[in-house]
Write a protein that binds this ligand. Sequence first.
Ligand code: L14
Length: 335
Amino acid sequence: MKVAIVGASGAVGQEFLKVLEERNFPLDELVLFGSSRSAGKKYTFKGKEIEVKELQKNDDFKGVDIAFTSAGAGISKEFAETITKYGAVMIDNSSAFRMDEDIPLVVPEVNAADAKVRPRGIIANPNCTTIQMVVALKAIENLSHITRVHVATYQAASGAGAAAMAELEQQYREVLDGKPATVNKFAYQLAFNVIPHIDVFTDNGYTKEEMKMYNETRKIMHSDVMVSATCVRVPSLRAHSEAVWCETERELSLDEVRQAFANGVGVVLQDNPAEKVYPMPLFLSGKDPVFVGRIRKDLTNPKGISFWCVSDQIKKGAALNAVQIAEYLISENTL
Ligand code: L14
């Protein structure tokens, strides 16, 4: 088993190294690719140093079984042919192919089997906010079909990459020292602020990030559910939080919803308000599951349920989900 990571120096690329090691992923050889800027850097995997190679249009992917790509949509489009032409399965973290009809979009807890049909040799990893939401929604969908969702996200700096996380830390230091904050990675200063703007605006007034939640949720869940999202950047570092309101066909009791989350695949229930138990990004960074709490009936709608969920954006929202897809392919013998 030969595995490649494309975009090895990035926040998600680095997380791939950690997750593959942590899960003892069954690989014999790991190769790392990056831009000309990253080429030559060395990273340690299982005690061994591996040097990053420059990603080029050549035969470097001959013999690669699985390529995890996380270098942006432009690179994914430009190099998909190079990466897949000798049979490597490309598990792509970018938004490049997610909504293409002949590309499966997969969250293993929800639609693992979709990964088996991949005419172009590419499987897309969904957007981070969508991944954690559908893992939680799946538990409710099993009880009764979800017809609509309203969601507000509280997204960490990590979504914009390693440099953005560093910028947030730098901004806090600068502001506390009475200096002007350095702003490169976000539209405005994020420290001591929240910014209701992630990715670019589209014609209907929603951002692309918000439209991803509408379109990707429907594709992953094979559902006609309608999703109206407001995506907001907050000054947390690497786990995303979401306030979710969903409406089901049948009226659900709180007990059965709580039970469904407690038994949900990939879900951990953290819901005991009397003891101040609810999920928070500060304490859940680096963890695998999607944490759910603050479960309530929607006061405006008997068929509505409200909850709060938190998950590590770089882990389940990116690297871990992609590695779980690969583990599924191995377990089903369908690489
Ligand atoms: O669609 O900036 O994969 O938080 C995920 C992170 C888009 C931007 C995607 C962010 C990206 C988003």
